[in-house]
Design a protein around this ligand. Structure first.
Ligand code: HXC
Length: 495
């Protein structure tokens, strides 16, 4: 149990360092994260010769929405939150406790990295933490909150966890800081430009959630936890909802534009069908051609993967494939059923994508879906062409239920490309090439660009009225409720 006087003294000291920098103290952060008065600190009396008044991390347990969680919060006011032997021991101990108790662990990161004075023993500490992150992966949810520097090799502990939250202006991740960058490459770059929220929330995809303030970040971590189970041995919590499971959404019957090449906002469909229109996008600013988001259907958590036609026509590229693959694997590890909404014209063509490894990245998404044993329901909203049709949770990969809207187009490729290939000779001979092509495209669309052939072959279960989507997917997940196999399945390797 905490000694109030010790906490007060340390908090006062930390506030002097943190508040002028616009940052909260380690204790203040824990209090924002946890339910009121629920924090039970451990190892409060563990000190070191250099820091007789307490080391650079606070550890303990508490509750979030009444459920137990474990937490460690780095204290930048003690030697820059740097990690030496004692700090590493405290962190490892709390990680062990979380794993034994099968409860989530949240690491609040604000540290200058390996404690330079302790040399190799601090590196050894990091190595042990990394290994513990991996041992815990896929067993308990692991969340990192970046509210200070996370420098050098220290970035790899967050990177091994399931979700990274980052606060703008104060939270930065980088393997080598601006000074080293300047020496090695000559580039002039600020801390925020190099490793801030724009860099990692939008460009690198390292960060899953970007927040403006510390108050917001801990509120969001609590919100994320509300979707998650305590561990791989449990199902996510069920919420009571007033949103009718049989609710029809009439507007969806006329939602898809008549012109099949016009974009629309897939997020609107998600909002229309989930409970109370509420969902929580993961990596919402990164690879925006695919949406990965948590929501609830009839009170139960689902992970939704959906192509976004508003961005790059919803095409699958390297970043989108990896973003979706990691999300699918997280959901599978933690017993979260998957809903996939498809409108994908294909994989993004081009030298950059090929040489960048789109084959390897696309294979990750194929692997993730093929491996997933959670209930899987897929709805083809519009385009589902070629390899991209297969990869977006097709029956062949093991989807439990696959539906299509009447606007669904399930084919080897789109009409334009198909006509160019199968009618090449006719088109070459024709004097009215454009007219002929338009006619052939119309014929192809009439014949192939609809869900009927797939339905006739049993490759989709049914063509459904868009307005009935919510009701039908809730019925489908109800039917599959006992499919979930609780227990450890696999880790959540950073893809
Ligand atoms: C020991 C450290 C420290 C460290 C900071 N401090 N980092 N002490 N080891 N790694 C101390 C400072 O000496 C200072 O002490 C106090 O913390 C606050 O630091 P400041 O520099 O005054 O703060 P600020 O200006 O906010 O800058 C923060 C910073 C900077 C950007 C993090 O301190 C910095 O660049 N630190 C080194 C970061 C780094 O390169 N780490 C990588 C180490 S290698 P006083 O007594 O003056 O208050 C690594 C490898 C891990 O981490 C590998 C794992 C596999």
């Amino acid at each position: 149990m905490s000694d109030e006087n010790v906490v007060e003294r340390r908090n006062k000291r930390a506030a002097k360092v943190q508040h002028p920098k616009g940052k909260l103290t380690a204790y203040e952060r824990i209090n924002l994260l946890l339910d009121e008065d629920s924090f039970n600190e451990i190892d409060q009396n563990v000190t070191s010769i250099e820091n007789p008044d307490g080391e650079a991390v606070i550890t303990g347990s508490g509750t979030v929405h009444g459920r137990p969680v474990y937490v460690y919060s780095e204290d930048f006011s003690v030697m820059g939150g740097s990690l030496g032997e004692v700090v590493a021991k405290k962190i490892l101990k709390i990680m062990d406790k979380a794993l034994e108790a099968r409860a989530p662990i949240i690491g609040i990161k604000d540290s200058g990295g390996a404690r330079i004075q302790e040399g190799i023993s601090s590196l050894y500490g990091y190595a042990q933490i990394f290994k513990k992150n991996v041992q815990s992966s896929g067993k308990i949810p692991q969340i990192s909150v970046i509210v200070g520097p996370s420098a050098g090799g220290a970035v790899y502990s967050p990177a091994l966890t399931d979700f990274i939250f980052q606060v703008q202006n104060i939270g930065q991740l980088y393997v080598t800081g601006p000074a080293v960058v300047k020496t090695v490459t000559g580039e002039d770059v600020s801390f925020e430009e190099l490793g801030g929220v724009e860099a990692h929330g939008t460009k690198s995809g390292v960060t899953h959630q970007v927040c403006e303030t510390e108050e917001q970040v801990f509120e969001e971590v609590r919100y994320l936890l509300s979707f998650l189970p305590q561990s791989s041995f449990q199902k996510p919590p069920v919420f009571i909802t007033e949103d009718d499971s049989k609710r029809l959404v009439e507007s969806l019957d006329s939602f898809i534009p008549n012109n099949r090449n016009l974009p629309y906002d897939m997020e609107k469909i998600i909002i229309d069908i989930v409970d109370d229109g509420e969902h929580y996008p993961i990596q919402g600013n990164y690879a925006t051609n695919i949406i990965t988001t948590f929501a609830r259907l009839n009170g139960n958590t689902v992970g939704i993967v959906a192509n976004q036609p508003l961005e790059l026509a919803g095409v699958l590229d390297i970043n989108a494939s990896e973003k979706a693959a990691r999300f699918v694997r997280f959901c599978d590890a933690f017993n979260i059923p998957l809903l996939t909404l498809v409108d994908v014209p294909g994989f993004l063509p081009g030298v950059e994508q090929e040489h960048g490894g789109i084959i390897r990245s696309g294979a990750k998404l194929l692997y993730a879906y093929s491996e997933a044993t959670v209930p899987r329901v897929c709805v083809v909203i519009r385009k589902a062409y070629g390899g991209a049709y297969i990869v977006m949770d097709s029956i062949g990969l093991g989807a439990d239920k696959l539906y299509a809207w009447p606007s669904g187009e399930i084919a080897v490729m789109g009409a334009e490309g198909a006509v160019d290939i199968i009618n090449r000779k006719d088109l070459a001979k024709s004097e009215k090439k454009d007219q002929l092509k338009a006619k052939l495209v119309a014929e192809y669309n009439e014949k192939f660009s609809n869900p009927k052939i797939a339905a006739n072959l049993g490759l989709i279960d049914n063509i459904i009225k868009p307005s009935e989507t919510r009701k039908i997917i809730i019925d489908s997940f109800n039917e599959l409720v006992n499919k979930v196999e609780l227990g450890d399945k696999h880790g959540n390797i950073p893809l």
